[in-house]
Design a protein around this ligand. Sequence first.
Ligand SMILES: Nc1ncnc2c1ncn2[C@@H]1O[C@H](COP(=O)(O)OP(=O)(O)O)[C@@H](O)[C@H]1O
Ligand SMILES: [Mg+2]
Length: 584
Amino acid sequence: MKIMTRFKIYKELTNGISGTKKPLIALSFLKLWALGIGIIPPLLYAYLINSVMIGKNINKLWAIICAYILIYILLTVGIVLSKKFSNRLILKYDIKIKHMLLKKYTTIDSMSYNKFSTGDVKSRIENDTVVVESFFTDYFLEFYYDIIYSFVLAIILLCLNWQLALLSLIFIPMTFVVVNFLGKKTKQAGEKLWKINTKYETFLHMTFQNWKDVKINNLEDKLFEELNVYYKKIRRIWFLNQIYWHLGLSFSFFQRNFITQMFLYFVGGLFVIKGYSEVGTVLVFINFYGQFYDLIKNICDSIIRLKNDSVNIEKVIEILNLETEKKANLPIIDGNIIVENLSFKYQDNDEFVLKNISFEVKNGEHLAIVGESGSGKSTIAKILSGQIIPQKGNILIGGVDINAIDSKSISKKISIVMQEPTLFNLTVRENLLMVKPEAKDEELTECCRKASIYDFIETLPNKFDTIIGEKGVKLSGGQKQRLSIARAFLQNNDIIIFDESTSALDSEKERDIINEIKNLSKDKTLISIAHRLSTIQSCDKVIVIKDGFIMAEGTHEELKGKNENYDFLFKKQYNNWYRKNMSI
Ligand SMILES: Nc1ncnc2c1ncn2[C@@H]1O[C@H](COP(=O)(O)OP(=O)(O)O)[C@@H](O)[C@H]1O
Ligand SMILES: [Mg+2]
């Protein structure tokens, strides 16, 4: 990415985030305050040597001491106020930027979201924002202040002794050239470090998430081997990064304390001996030059560090610039679904997963989608609930194009219950209330009864207030599914899609729940993706899907024994049952 100017970075980072201007203005005033006062001590020093020591005047000595004390007090007040404003700036911005990033992540369309790994998201929100926060004070305010201060000092140096000033300036370009070179190298190493760290975080996250599988499959050794590879890579790149960084630091140290200092003592000494300058003036010159050199060094350091940190800053800006969904907030009127010529392929895959699919579901109808694993059933569910956008085809739900409306409008009308439902490490109640915060206890109880999960909740130590663990680990697969069905009942939307959401239940429980679903859903549009015949038999329509194509469509009665794809699916799973009921 091209290197942006600091003003551009500032604009990008505060786009849509208020509250940074006022503290920055206050801090600028305080900086100028410090600048004005900071110039006085070396001048007092010259006065002390030339008039008091060489001129032997004791009265003036008292005045100088008082002036020093006053300057010290004024400077301290400035520093305390600066700390106060910079802390306020950082604390406020910290909350706002994290909020903004999370908002972006939740409002971008799901295809863009899928591009980011968990490690990537985590490091952008947690690590990169820390760097961004120091940008305002370290890289922005401090940088411009250093430039202004160094200009002021350059003028003072020229006024004190222009010949000495010009001679001493020859060291400055050398600093810039070396520092710029090292800066580029540091940035390259910084980029590599970010990438490898992100991969490492994702790896760790996956490992902890799948810890059970790791143990069951005895993968610990393999994992540690892989971790070691990461550590070695990270250590190598980090080491390189630090080498460049310290080379830069040692170079400036050597130049300031050795080359420049010696040179100035030598030339300044000659000036005094030849009578071109007074002792006090030369000493003050060296004092100011020290400050001037430090400022130039700060400016160079800031350039190197910004090059290094711009890797993190760019990552945050990239998210802030992501296009959020700009879709209409249109109500879906009813549960009529029309799908026409729908084709879909996942990103980075050449092959279409769904191929020219068309079907219709009338308001209040129950549709079943059946097909072998991997045939594209869940993909249809994801498209109908607006999670992914198809490359081709029209989908009209309740008269509106599903891809033209925002996710809020969709979630008001369509619920999706998945095979592996999304549950949070909160209480049972909180997991339920997510879809309807105002729901009363009686409503919760009723929905849980209907989803056959109430009795189980009653056995939990804190009943509805029991925390269910990360991703619901304290619940079995079937309990998770029933809880999420209860959540769908609570939401009471007009269209409900069940994507193998009863697959982990035994047949008896499944039958009970399905009866409840049917009772509850007399006027609702239901789409069940299922693999058990008991679920499908009473549906108004069944679609058989294979390799992304619709192979057959009709009622159970129309298909059984007449469609080989339909029969094949169930013969495999329910040989005995099938033989008895289908009389084959
Ligand atoms: N996020 C994804 N990225 C890439 N390919 C995917 C993704 N999800 C599913 N697929 C592929 O799409 C095909 C259909 O998957 P899916 O709709 O989940 O099938 P089903 O639900 O019928 O088992 C499969 O071949 C699967 O590998
Ligand atoms: Mg599926």
